[in-house]
Design a protein around this ligand. Sequence first.
Ligand code: HEC
Length: 124
Amino acid sequence: MHLALLALAATAAPAALAQGDAARGEAIALHRSQGLCVLCHAMPGQNPALQGTIGPPLAGVGSRLDAATLRQRLVAPEQFNPETVMPAYGRSTGLQQVAAAQRGKPLLTDAQIDDVVAWLATLR
Ligand code: HEC
């Protein structure tokens, strides 16, 4: 009984990661006051003159990294590089230089992060 439940939980996890909406995720990634990923990353299909080069290009990232790693990149980028300049999108504590109106709120909600992960996974 317990084993069956565990097996169910294990198979449910990847499905939960895949629940985001890729089109919404792309809009969030481009949005000036939401993701603004394009500030640091080249994104496929965008004007090359308006793309940052601080981070690696995101083209093909969906084949390089699995969904769990993509999500982790967004919520805890410092786990990959302690000195990273990439914002921790899902966190509301332990941040520096946060504007008053934004204090106590994450940059992106859990659902928005699911959408961005779904979009990143399509970049093959
Ligand atoms: C202020 C700059 C900055 C912003 C904004 C930013 N990133 Fe990053 N990102 C980086 C840097 C720099 C790296 C390289 C690893 C590191 O130093 O953290 C990175 C790494 C990544 C990686 C791993 C890429 C790979 O090929 O290994 C992903 C995925 C990623 N970012 C996605 C995003 C998404 C999606 C957004 C927007 C929601 C975003 N980033 C916003 C700077 C940024």
